[in-house]
Design a protein around this ligand. Structure first.
Ligand code: PEP
Length: 250
């Protein structure tokens, strides 16, 4: 039985004080409840402070991005070991905002994924189609390509440290959610692909999160689908009460 994983992607929100107060609210609402795994992904500038607040709690820390080199002349970039040094266990890679605004290709995301795993960071690997692609009926082809190219050279053993987040781009930050049935259909397709590419055991153990306007009022119906193992939450993770309510649904 897969344990549900709820992750909050704070994006470019929350300065240091705001981060401390948000994470304090999450910790106090959660207590020692570890029925599902909870990950918070603040901006880089808050990682260290958030880590000192969560370190004796069940909440885990993730970053929103990283570069695929260890160190060097890469102005403005952050390495996986830097993330580990401030307490990160996870890193989000391939988010559609990274792909679309910052031009990250499957090849770049593949390099980042390999480097993160090499340095023992777990990866939340994001994929998903645009509205035009869904309307053209190519959703499965798009997610298949993102998986085949983005996970090129990754072993079944590596897959133990990867979460796939299916995030239809048309549902991110738009208030439009994929229906539980639409999301389940793609999640089941993804699990089938992983089974073909790796093994049925790898597919059975893989956590596949849904992301795209998950809110307290739609979380239960999404999370009750058999292949939806958690959520990657944007807007609704910026207030402790709404994030806690999504966690409670899980
Ligand atoms: C996200 O950015 O990963 C996301 C799912 O955002 P939102 O929940 O705001 O749609």
């Amino acid at each position: 039985m897969r344990k549900k994983v709820i992750a909050g992607n704070w994006k470019m929100n929350k300065d240091l004080n705001e981060s401390q107060s948000l994470v304090s609210g999450i910790i106090s609402g959660l207590g020692n409840d570890d029925k599902c795994d909870v990950i918070v992904c603040p901006p880089f500038t808050s990682l260290s402070e958030v880590h000192s607040l969560i370190k004796d709690t069940p909440v885990k820390l993730g970053a929103q991005n990283m570069y695929f080199e260890d160190s060097g002349a890469f102005t403005g970039e952050i390495s996986p070991l830097m993330l580990k040094s401030v307490g990160c266990e996870y890193v989000i890679l391939g988010h559609s905002e990274r792909r679309n605004i910052f031009g990250e290709t499957d090849e770049v995301i593949n390099k980042k994924t390999k480097k993160a795993l090499e340095k023992e960071l777990k990866v939340i690997f994001c994929i998903g189609e645009s509205l035009a692609q869904r309307e053209d009926g190519v959703t499965n082809d798009v997610v298949k390509n993102q998986i085949i190219n983005g996970l090129d050279g990754i072993s079944a053993d590596d897959m133990k440290n990867i979460i796939i987040a299916y995030e239809p781009i048309w549902a991110i930050g738009t208030g439009k959610t994929a229906s539980p049935e639409q999301a389940q259909e793609v999640h089941s397709f993804i699990r089938g692909l992983i089974s073909e590419k790796f093994s049925s055991e790898t597919a059975e153990n893989l956590i596949i999160q849904y992301g795209g306007s998950v809110k307290p009022d739609n979380a239960s119906s999404l999370l009750s689908q058999p292949d939806i193992d958690g959520a990657l939450v944007g807007g609704a993770c910026l207030k402790a009460d709404s994030f806690l309510s999504i966690i409670a649904s899980a």
